[in-house]
Design a protein around this ligand. Sequence first.
Ligand SMILES: Nc1ncnc2c1ncn2[C@@H]1O[C@H](COP(=O)(O)OP(=O)(O)OP(=O)(O)O)[C@@H](O)[C@H]1O
Length: 865
Amino acid sequence: MRAVVDSALRVQQAAALHRQAAALTDAASAALDAESGGSDPLEQHRLAEELRSAAGALAPGWLGSPLDAQSANTPLGGVYPPQFVRLGVAQPLDDARFPAVIPLLGTGHLTIDATATDSRVFGLLRSILVRLLAAAPAGSLLVRAVDGIGGGEVFAPFAGLQDAGLLSPPATDRQGLRDVLAEAEKWLRPGRGAAPRRARRDRMMLVVIASLPELTEGEELRRIAALAQQGPDSGLHLIVAGWPPPPLTAETTQAPLPRTTMVSVRNPYAVIGDPPGATYGSTSDVSWLNAPVFLDEDPPPHLVDAVCRELAAHSAAATRVTLADLLPEPGEELWAGDAGEGLSTVVGHDGETPLALRFNDLTPHWMVGGRSGAGKTAFLVNVLYGLCARYSPTELALYLLDFKEGVTFAEFVPTQRDRTWLPQARAVGVEADREYGLAVLRELNAEMSRRNTAYERAGVSTLPELRAAAAEDGLKRPLPRILCVIDEFPALLAGNDPVATEATTLLESLARTGRSCGIHLVLASQNVAGLEAHYAKRDSFFGQFPVRIALPGGGDVLEPANDSAAGLPLGTAVVNTAGGLGGPRGATRGHERIIRFPDPHADDALLSDLRHRLWGTRDPESQPPRVFAGYAHQHLADDPTYRAALAGRGAVPSALIGRLLDVGLTTAAFPLDRAPGRHLAIFGSQASASEVLDAAARSVAAFHPPRTARFVIASLVAEGDRLAEALAAEIGHRQEVTLVDAAGLAGELDPDRPGYRVVFGMDAAAPGSLAGLPELLRDGPARGAHLLSWWRDPHRFADSAGRDDVSGLLFLNVPPAEVAAMIGRTVAWHPRPNRALLHDRRDERTVTVVPFLDPGVTDDQGGPL
Ligand SMILES: Nc1ncnc2c1ncn2[C@@H]1O[C@H](COP(=O)(O)OP(=O)(O)OP(=O)(O)O)[C@@H](O)[C@H]1O
């Protein structure tokens, strides 16, 4: 209904304009005939005045005012279409002037017989453009630009409109011209009988040719003439500077374009020919405006800038996609999706159309590229919320891994501030270690093997079949599809250490075989090219990722020849479902779309509401995700093995020293049994190393029933004193404790005396002062006597007698070379805060651990619980 009213209104407006136009041409002919008749100057001034007011009525505001006096604050927009536009000032007499206006949009075209290399044409084109863009309702005028000789400079001040799609990047060669012509031809309404396309009536296309490219041939010239003939009925108009073009051959001088006002540039003025279907003169022998016209000059840059900015902002606001656009309709139930055949979610909008992408057999895995700050996090978070709103935890399980310092997935895990979590999340790694990533991949591969076995057992080959078979067997929970998202995945695969080698193998196997088991991958990175370069089996691996999503700066996830991601603005992405393959330039590519997607955090209220609703809908029995936050400190008091020991459910007494980097964050324990070598030496010059000794001693004490173990605690260095005293007091509640000095320690080394010697700063022992040490180390364990020690300087340990009888070596800030020297081989280790390397000589195993630190040292990042 509204459209009908709008178009009726427009018809009326157009009719009124035509009447005005007729009045104007009548007035002009009268005035000009009078002039040519050499009549009274007073009369001429009166007529010029009349014409000025007629022009003011036809081309008001932006369309006809002098631009150098125009305020940038003049409101934009107006009647659709803006029909008359000013070209300059007609000056029949030195002191008699009136604006020269012509009908253009809604009527026909404009040609100028010189190209924009002429500065007057250059200025004129800019001034017409700014007038039309400012006066047309925002977004209703699409400009397609061609400038073969000038390289597009005349359009440069309007470049801000390109992102909004209101202006095309100027075509500068013959192919570019052809592309513009092809687009314009598509703009023409389909022939009679076909329904007119909706929405087209409210927009016009203006093709502005500032100069034809070199080598433009007869074919293109004919296409331009055909467009001129057919265009106006479909809202297509042309401004062609340099028409007619220089003849290609003597016989082929181009005719004037049909339905066109022709301007001929003389010196210093121009002559404006009659507009299509009307005449400025009253006699048939004069077919032009009978007064010299001084063309409008280049408009002030700030004016162009202000107009373009406002239009771009308007377009951004009008085309904004919000998080709500990606989620199910508000009335729809959560978790209505069935993952049997695949997962699907809306990732953004292509024009007005939502684009849904799938994880299924055809598009099992996606790869996402984009420079830092390009919106990768935003894109991934959209996808995750989109999926989690549609699929319940029984349909979808998430494994999320982030290898960069950032918070990509931090919002999906419980924190002090918000205890909710995403119920579909099984494991989340924030600032994850590669070892942790490897553990996740191992778990997923194990799940893949289990599913493959289940396929064989059930005699089926697809997930829907397996789910159906499981349902028949009475299994209530269908097997969910699993999605593993890895941000900055090259961190996991790069290098050629054992972690990289195993991770590569596991990821390849998931990429190849995961699809049939319902296991899907999204790999994201700033730099895929770097990885590809040294990736031996590129095709076998990258070939498994048919869906490529290129955000700004992420063109390297596309094929090298595909440049469609060049110049993408923030909030947009190229979505390619053919492995990044390109296609002919300018051609419509069925497998590629450019989408706009929202910043999910722009709508924090909706996001938080959704998260709480999802959490509230979960099975109350369900477990929170297992969280690994790389930066988070680990504390003995929170450790399940320690708590079990305190509760009397401990197994072999062990020194608990931290948590392993695996999916379940298993406790890292060093058993203190009766075998030779069961002593622990901790190395590190920083206080954290002494804190690990403290935790180790407390944990051992917890394994023994009250009052059954004896502890001798000594601090040989000042920085250990406070901890040693506190430790003695703490353990003293439960076990027998003796706090001794260096001399006292020397008397407590008898291997026949069971119990634990706990020494802070062992490297400070005076040489020869601990004569009994080698014997304790050698014979102690068999008799229940063990040494737990902290060494600030590993060299002192290396030089000490009996060192080979210490099996447990824990390194904190110790350089790799020194570690290698002590354990007799090189290891993949680089010292860093909050990490330690545990080596057990008994089985020659070396693992990285997050060591237990003193909770008094604050974990200032407010990490997950
Ligand atoms: N669609 C969007 N529209 C507008 N702004 C956005 C959009 N997506 C993201 N942003 C903003 O851009 C900035 C960078 O986004 P984001 O953190 O998602 O990028 P990133 O690629 O993950 O960056 P990095 O790799 O450095 O973490 C943020 O401030 C975000 O608010």
